[in-house]
Design a protein around this ligand. Structure first.
Ligand code: FMN
Length: 251
């Protein structure tokens, strides 16, 4: 699977919530695991691990019954939620590119028989995946319900670069991201939450930023550029919190 194939999947992917319960073949599952093991982290200093579980080990108020779930465990270092989003979004795109369904499950927990800690790493979030009888892909971009580019960016002439980022999935489709600066140095920020929303979405929307960064890096690569992330705290527009700066280089 090339990054070009992942990039081309961005404009088609969607969450799948109905699955065929037959497990994937060992061959397909091995390929998913191989891909996951080779996913690129956003911050290589943060330790993480994947594990694969079946439905009886998932606790979810609104269950999404799938034959497989991939769980991410991570060290709780600064930026680990963004890193989690960045890693698992590569897998979400990989699954969709291979005509498999997937869905982020922010609400799902591990059942009591599965420890939430693994080698000093904490369970962060999971994705459901498997075969589906539904259409795996959108056939038309108008099927995306997303904010406009103007609502998520103040960078001039960034429409082409940011269109694939605009289409990124987010928890409750909240799209908490904002892009400012210029085409050489992009500041990525997230919406500040009020005290009602903060307990509910404070963690989730950091994962969302990691997802958007995954799409941003693929979009930069598509334009023959690379992005170098700088986590040093910086200023953000009013109403937003600084997350990361992406320095853009010609590849
Ligand atoms: C971090 C995160 C958590 C999510 N949690 C859930 C969830 O618990 N249940 C669910 O049905 N969908 C969940 N979603 C899926 C979103 O609702 C979905 O991505 C969004 O509405 C956009 O739709 P799309 O993925 O079809 O483009 C989650 C998405 C993200 C990114």
């Amino acid at each position: 699977m090339t990054n070009t194939q992942l990039f081309n999947t961005i404009s088609k992917r969607k969450s799948i919530r109905k699955y065929t319960q037959t497990p994937l073949t060992d061959e397909v599952l091995t390929k998913v695991k191989e891909y996951a093991n080779n996913a690129r982290p956003l911050d290589a200093s943060i330790g993480y691990a994947f594990s694969y579980i079946s439905e009886e080990h998932v606790k979810n108020l609104l269950p999404i019954k799938a034959p497989h779930y991939i769980c991410l465990f991570s060290e709780e270092k600064e930026g680990y939620l963004m890193n989690a989003g960045y890693l698992l979004q590569q897998i979400d795109l990989y699954l969709s590119a291979n005509h498999l369904g997937s869905c982020w499950l922010g609400m799902a927990k591990l059942s009591k028989d599965i420890p939430t800690m693994k080698n000093g790493m904490k369970f962060v979030i999971m994705l459901a995946f498997g075969n589906t009888e539904e259409r795996v892909h959108r056939t038309d971009a108008s099927e995306f319900r997303r904010k406009s580019i103007d609502a998520i960016s103040s960078i001039s002439s960034a429409e082409e670069l940011l269109e694939p980022v605009r289409l990124a999935p987010s928890a409750s489709n909240s799209q908490p991201w904002f892009f400012s600066g210029d085409m050489n140095e992009i500041t990525v920020s997230r919406e500040k939450l009020n005290f009602i929303k903060a307990p509910l979405y404070g963690k989730m929307n950091q994962i969302d930023i990691g997802i958007a960064l995954c799409h941003l890096m693929l979009s930069l690569e598509h334009q023959g550029k690379t992005g170098i992330v700088d986590f040093n705290k910086n200023t953000a527009p009013n109403g937003y919190e600084f997350m990361v700066k992406v320095k853009v280089k010609n590849a």
